[in-house]
Design a protein around this ligand. Sequence first.
Ligand SMILES: NC(=O)C1=CN([C@@H]2O[C@H](COP(=O)(O)OP(=O)(O)OC[C@H]3O[C@@H](n4cnc5c(N)ncnc54)[C@H](O)[C@@H]3O)[C@@H](O)[C@H]2O)C=CC1
Ligand SMILES: O=C([O-])CC(=O)C(=O)O
Length: 265
Amino acid sequence: MHLGLIGYGAIGQMLQEVLEREGMAPARLTLLARAGSVARVRDALPQARVVDTVAALVAEGPDLVVECAGHGAVRDHVPGLLGAGVECVIASIGALADAGLEAELQRAAQAGGGRLVLSAGAVGGIDLLAALAPSGIETVRYTGRKPPRAWAGSPAEAVLDLHNLTALATFFTGTAREAARDYPKNANVAATVALAGAGFDRTEVALVADPGVTLNTHEVSVRAGAGAFDIRIEGRGAPGNPRTSVATVYALAREVMNRQRARVI
Ligand SMILES: NC(=O)C1=CN([C@@H]2O[C@H](COP(=O)(O)OP(=O)(O)OC[C@H]3O[C@@H](n4cnc5c(N)ncnc54)[C@H](O)[C@@H]3O)[C@@H](O)[C@H]2O)C=CC1
Ligand SMILES: O=C([O-])CC(=O)C(=O)O
């Protein structure tokens, strides 16, 4: 397999390690880095080809591209890849809260034949929620709860003293669209839950900073025509980025490994 990778931060680095450990490292790896990061990534990954434009990545001819870089990378690179017929697995699902970008991705995929795969990322139950959606969704509620330091750099800082928080604080309630737009590094899961089920504007979201937890916790509560479920996931934060659950790395690794297997689950 020839894998293209956009982003070589906490997720990208661990993804590479997991694939190697599992004996499923791609035969070829091409990394799309920001112009200022090319030298750093070349040093860290001498076996990979490193490029800094989407055109150069397309020219390398990857079988699959995995994005783990952020909303801006989805906006800047993924339409071009889909338009060139390249299958893309993305982690930064919240980028689709921008209805214009969601439509652009759809158009590019249809025109070019590339398929856009939304990774389940840090959350679980996406398979069942997406399966139940055609039976009619009554309600979907998502609560994202993280230790205070995982909300650093987000708008939570404006309303909470994250360093001195002594009790849990629900600092955001609203729609998945608002959550994904305002918390681009923390609420991609809210977007994934929304797109699997009731949509961005009917998925209710609460975001919580909780000094009593050490793990990133995701709770999803679904009421649908064919059934209902409540699920709670506790994910360890990545060493290089506490707001990112390590489970996200494994969800992306699963996508890559499934494309190299005769039987997938
Ligand atoms: N779906 C999910 O459950 C989750 C999704 N995410 C998404 O994954 C993203 C990455 O997460 P981490 O690896 O923890 O972040 P990180 O900040 O550790 O790494 C991001 C890397 O991407 C690079 N990058 C940023 N913009 C780029 C661009 N336009 N082109 C190429 N490279 C670019 C940065 O230089 C950095 O090396 C998050 O910003 C978030 O959008 C993160 C956690 C969970
Ligand atoms: O990794 C997590 O726990 C979830 C996350 O950051 C996101 O949804 O963007």
